[in-house]
Ligand binder design. Structure first.
Ligand code: HEM
Ligand code: HEM
Length: 188
């Protein structure tokens, strides 16, 4: 069921977008520095609120993104704007990479914890000491997953920042409705 495109994303898509953007930003700010050193010093990550919140928000982002992608299949058509074809391509390319990073960043974190035998510690006292499946995957030893995770964690925030600047450019320079399409309020 895909009625003709309105000037705004539907309210579920907008809620998913802003809740995810907030969760990614807070997770990034709480990104644990010198995690390996803390583990070697015998610190229990469950005693560190910053780590517990970082991991919980990241896991939330992963499952929220799966649900959101499911919603994309069934939602009303996304708004369409007239723009140069290079701009359309750049915007679609950015969205695809952002979607991939929203899944890959948390996934590589779980790989890092599992392959290095560190526990996953979440809010509500949830603790998973072992993630044996991470050590059985054909690519388990292909990388230092902690390094890959840090790289992707930085990349998602840089790319989202660029994407936000593009949205502001649309609003203030091109003066079209791209930014408004993701903002609260009623569609025209
Ligand atoms: C969108 C979600 C996430 C973002 C943006 C993100 C971002 C980051 C960043 C930037 C760092 C590096 C921090 C620094 O060195 O200053 C980091 C480290 C880390 N994150 Fe995440 N993260 C996310 C999800 C997760 C999840 C789901 C987990 C747990 C399952 C997790 C666990 C860790 C761990 C253990 C480290 C330390 C890695 C190491 O040094 O080996 N992160 N994260
Ligand atoms: C971590 C932060 C962010 C992430 C991961 C992110 C990701 C995404 C994704 C995946 C879409 C496609 C949405 C869909 O099809 O339902 C999107 C659309 C959009 N985002 Fe973001 N976003 C972030 C932050 C921002 C910020 C800060 C702004 C504004 C200043 C913004 C403005 C927009 C707009 C206007 C659209 C729809 C129009 C378009 O880009 O074509 N986003 N974003």
């Amino acid at each position: 069921m895909k009625p003709s495109a309105s000037s705004k994303y539907d309210s579920v898509s907008r809620a998913f977008h802003w809740i995810t953007a907030l969760a990614v930003t807070v997770a990034f700010v709480l990104g644990p520095e010198r995690f390996g050193r803390l583990m070697r010093d015998g610190v229990d990550p469950a005693t560190r609120l910053d780590i517990v919140w970082h991991e919980s928000l990241g896991i939330f982002v992963f499952f929220a993104t799966l649900l959101r992608l499911l919603w994309v299949l069934f939602r009303p058509a996304a708004p369409k704007f007239d723009m140069a074809s290079w701009m359309k391509l750049a915007s679609q390319g950015t969205h695809i990479v952002l979607w991939a990073l929203l899944l890959a960043t948390p996934f590589t974190a779980v790989m890092a914890l599992g392959t290095e035998s560190h526990p996953l510690t979440l809010l509500g006292g949830i603790r998973i000491n072992e993630l044996p499946w991470t050590q059985q995957l054909p690519f388990s030893e292909a990388a230092d997953w902690g390094d890959v995770h840090q790289f992707l964690g930085d990349a998602i925030v840089w790319l989202a920042g660029l994407h936000a600047v593009a949205a502001l450019y649309h609003h203030y320079v091109v003066k079209d409705g791209v930014l408004r399409s993701m903002m609260p309020g009623k569609a025209r």
